[in-house]
Design a protein around this ligand. Structure first.
Ligand code: FPP
Length: 249
């Protein structure tokens, strides 16, 4: 059987793919297991998708690991997710570093427990000079929170006389978001058959292609990821223009 990878056009890759990894709980339930079992399997999928991203040369991969709303989950599940994150970093950091992966985070960093902040800071510091895949982990992230913080910071800068209110434009807003250092994603994938954005990257996905699949995150894999990339490559991105204009560019 031919590898689906051969169908990917390497000249038309999205440079940034964002993923809403959904369905761990339902996958575990189907198997009569505890939810944390689904999250554990979810970490394996993360590993596979990071590998697949490196394999085809994706430059930025943003994964929604924990939302601001997820703090409302039962304490045991939150603790389970935090310790999974720690063990995933402990277990994978060496290999990620060897593979030139640079780790970044977006989200309300200070709301994370101290031991998680320390571990993540260590991973960011260790990989900061890497030049391969940028793995951006959204942790305690919520887009409305991000936009609110951006607004507060802009107001402070205006009041301090650093910028004039009439100079505020889309570029300045982009530079004040937590994603300032990254391009907008061209492709957003959501697993588990839910058709929602769930407060993820609202500003950044203005022109992003959305891809939904019924597969639950623990059963999503390399081949599914490549299918999403191929689907993306078959779409025409018009950015408000008409087809003829795009074809003449
Ligand atoms: C959604 O499934 C998934 C999450 C809220 C967390 C995703 C976390 C991981 C895959 C593991 C930790 C991440 C890293 C980077 C090590 P759900 O619980 O909402 O599933 P459900 O909708 O079926 O209940």
């Amino acid at each position: 059987m031919t590898d689906i990878k051969t169908k990917i056009d390497s000249n038309n890759l999205p440079q940034h793919v964002a993923i809403i990894m959904d369905g761990n709980g339902r996958w575990a339930k189907k198997k009569n297991k505890l939810r944390i079992f689904g999250h554990q399997k979810g970490v394996k999928t993360v590993k596979e998708i990071v590998k697949a991203s490196i394999e085809i040369g994706i430059k930025y991969l943003t994964i929604y690991a924990f939302s601001k709303e997820n703090w409302q989950r039962p304490k045991t599940e939150i603790e389970g997710l935090m310790s999974l994150l720690i063990s995933a970093i402990d277990g994978e950091l060496g290999e990620l570093h060897e593979n030139n992966v640079k780790i970044n985070t977006i989200g309300d960093f200070l709301s994370l427990p101290d031991y998680v902040q320390k571990k993540i800071s260590y991973a960011i510091e260790k990989t900061k000079n890497n030049t391969g895949l940028n793995l951006i982990i959204a942790l305690s992230y919520g887009s409305r929170h991000e936009i609110t913080e951006m607004t507060k910071n802009l107001v402070k800068e205006v009041l301090a006389g650093k910028i004039k209110s009439e100079d505020i434009n889309q570029e300045i807003i982009q530079q004040h978001l937590m994603t300032a250092a990254f391009p907008d994603p061209e492709l957003l994938i959501r697993t588990s058959g839910e058709y929602r954005i769930s407060n993820f990257l609202l500003w950044q996905i203005a022109y992003t292609e959305l891809y939904f699949t019924d597969k639950l995150w623990p059963e999503f894999g390399r081949e599914d990821f490549f299918k999403a990339i191929i689907d993306f490559q078959e779409r025409e991105r018009r950015f408000g223009k008409i087809s003829e204009q795009i074809n003449n560019e």
